[in-house]
Unconditional design. Structure first.
Lengths: 113, 113
């Protein structure tokens, strides 16, 4: 298995631009999570899906952030408009059921200038 | 809400044992995890323990859980320079099929020669 695949690995964009981060979970995993990692705040859960349905989006910072999971093999996290304080590493993770580990992707390093 | 605490830094000599500690507040925590993050990389699942267990051993890794004190530790035997990384403790309450993972602040392990 190729693991959780995220794209792009790095993204540099100008303030005000729309940014779309992509994630392909492990085949068969039914839960998907988006995390953000910064030096100041550590790892924060933004949103998670179970069977493609958003369960908890209380970690989404503002209305500028939105996430979708149109099918079991794809999810996007969109920031519109982006701001410099959105600069961080964004991780996607997936898991199957209880009692299993969460598998993380390699992350997308976002820099907003 | 849930809170997971770790010390920020640990330095050990190569060949010695490392012990990384973690405390958590959620008494309903069901699964507790240890992740490793190397510079510029994603999070690698090392091991996890179910809350009805006191200990789990996997090669050089030993996890100890004191549920009464809400204390989790990771012991790395014969620490190598390749073990230098940030180690994150994390917990899930285990309710529902897709419980969110709450991370500690991470402990940076430095292995010296």
């Amino acid at each position: 298995d190729a693991g959780v695949i995220q794209s792009p690995r790095h993204e540099v964009t100008e303030m005000g631009q729309e940014v779309t981060l992509r994630c392909k979970p492990i085949s068969g995993h039914n839960s998907l999570f988006w995390y953000r990692q910064t030096m100041m705040r550590g790892l924060e859960l933004l949103i998670y899906f179970n069977n493609n349905v958003p369960i908890d989006d209380s970690g989404m910072p503002e209305d500028r952030f939105s996430a979708k999971m149109p099918n079991a093999s794809f999810s996007t996290l969109k920031i519109q408009p982006s701001e410099p304080r959105d600069s961080a590493v964004y991780f996607c993770a997936s898991k199957i059921g209880q009692g299993s580990g969460y598998t993380f992707g390699s992350g997308t390093r976002l820099t907003v200038v | 809400g849930e809170d997971v605490e770790q010390s920020l830094f640990l330095s050990v000599r190569e060949g010695d044992s490392s012990v990384i500690n973690c405390t958590y507040t959620d008494s309903s925590s069901t699964y507790l995890y240890w992740y490793k993050q190397e510079p510029g990389a994603g999070l690698q699942l090392l091991t996890y323990i179910f809350s009805n267990m006191d200990m789990k051993q996997d090669q050089r890794l030993t996890v100890l859980l004191n549920k009464k004190d809400k204390h989790l530790s990771l012991r790395i035997a014969d620490t190598q320079t390749g073990d230098s990384a940030i180690y994150f403790c994390a917990e899930t309450p285990g309710t529902g099929t897709a419980s969110k993972l709450t991370f500690g602040t991470g402990t940076r392990l430095q292995v010296t020669l």
